[in-house]
Design a protein around this ligand. Sequence first.
Ligand code: ATP
Ligand code: MG
Length: 631
Amino acid sequence: MAAIHEGPEFGIGDFVLLPELTLDAFMQNLKNRFEKGRIYTYIGEVVVSVNPYRQVDLYGKNYVDQYRGREIYERPPHIFALADSAYKTMKRQSKDTCIVISGESGSGKTEASKIIMRYIAAVTNVSGQREVERVKDVLILTNVILEAFGNAKTNRNDNSSRFGKYMDINFDFKGDPIGGHINNYLLEKSRVVFQQTGERNFHSFYQLLVGAPEDRLSQMGLTRDTTLYHYVNQGGDPKAAMIDDRGDYKSVVAALKNSGFDPKDIETLWNVIAAVLHLRQMHLERTLLSRVIAAGGQVVEKGLNVSEALYARDAFAKAIYNRMFTWIVGRINELIDPKHSGVRYAGKNTVIGVLDIYGFEIFDNNSFEQFCINYCNEKLQQLFIELVLKQEQEEYMKEGIEWQHMFLDAMAQKLKSERFTCRKLAPADKSLEHNRDFRIMHYAGDVTYSVVGFIDKNKDMLFMDFKRLLFNSSNNLIKSMWPEGKQLVTETTKRPTTAGTDFKNSIIALVENLASKTPFYVRCIKPNEIKSPVQFNDTRCKHQVMYLGLLENVRVRRAGFAYRMAYDRFLHRYKCIARDTWPNFRGNVVDGVKYLVNSQNCGQDVKYGRSKIFIRSPQTIFAFEEARDRK
Ligand code: ATP
Ligand code: MG
């Protein structure tokens, strides 16, 4: 048990074992552990992680060795234990598993996903197959690539992921990674043309301008001066102190090369970035000032006014970048496709999915993007509640333990209806601007959305002229990004689906996919707003604990039995406390456990399942631990 491994000064390693469950006690424990450098704490098998905002020595080989193949309670709480648990479930029980990482911007989701991937890479392929090594390398390199093109400095996080990512890692029958697949969700493409004060465009723009060799830059007609380009300097600070754009450019180029991107394609990618930069600097050309449309079967040219032209230009820039990003993800998927990986594709193939997706967002100005992101979080939170409840019920059933239907059912009702469904506020709300604002009560808080630009973003329109222009490019890669450009002007098109509908459908598919797997959860907390490794901001942390529903999570875990342990482990751990079990019990394991329970007079507080002992109150387990300490 975690608390005991670490010593009492580190608080309680599993919130389920808090002697008294109140929000204050929860916060006190979380804070105490953070201040002592204990950034991980369990709620049963859920890992709560607080961003340390400093390099912590927790992920080296010595730690890998400590957690590899162990059970979750044998070592102090650690994200490695969760990764190992997901891996073991996948390997031993041949079940697909997924790891859902949630938390707000800057809470450490992406770092957690990388730590998990590195752990899996470290514990697999003992036989050293070359192709498996290649797949593992590429899986890790994809992070560098996707972060360059999909992450940006925001006011909340210097390396904020501006897209959602779900990654499956495929394993063969030996449990070695043989490939993977990435799904990306809603890249925040408005950033390509606009950044708020203090924020930057995607890293890739600065990497190119600061890092590319001189001759390459002049070939693209660019200069090193980032302040010259409107698309990258609206935030006012294109040179972010903490970011090494020059070094990063080198790493990204190396990552693209080493993961198997064609050198010509790599060149094209940077050319696309250059083209976007130029597009903003360009004086308005013919393509931008008019567009061709079909009217009554005739092709006619229609003039655009200045604001229409500027709008069209920005839409074009955003679309170019977005298509490029989608192409990169697609290319990565080809490179890691298990069918092509050359590893013999033995029938059995299981996956671990890792979800690193944007957390709940409340800004001063909330628009279409926040609406989509918060919708996604709403769905994931519902899934979390359903699965946590379901897992708990299934475990009791599997173990043949009678459980209190009433309690869990009542709990489920409460969680679903009261706090965790979003509701629109009454229209009488006076703080809303008439005809502009609407407000939704999300599980995580009330959010006021402004409808300005909403419909445009949802329609996500781009004139066909642009698509045709790029489809006719002599560069095959560019051409392949715009297949619909081949359509003739006079051909009628089906009304395209809206961005909102596309997003909604992709999230529904994601939730279905997650629901079909055995889930593991990492709940990330951001300790403060100032990236400080020492400050624990009580108000901010409390808010996150509340909207992540962590207290409810503990309540569900404690509803029936706070603690459970396989018989052999229990006997092994506590055999020293009674004479008849030390050094070994003569008899079967369950009888040994029963003997121990009787020796502590706590028979009324436990139930015996098929493979585990279930203990109702935390106090009982403390009594066992204390008895053990006295020996
Ligand atoms: P976003 O939603 O904006 O993408 P995020 O939750 O993915 O945010 P990260 O980018 O993972 O947040 O973390 C933000 C920063 O916090 C990192 O760049 C790193 O400096 C620090 N950090 C997070 N987790 C750790 C960790 N385990 N060890 C050291 N530093 C960390
Ligand atoms: Mg991130």
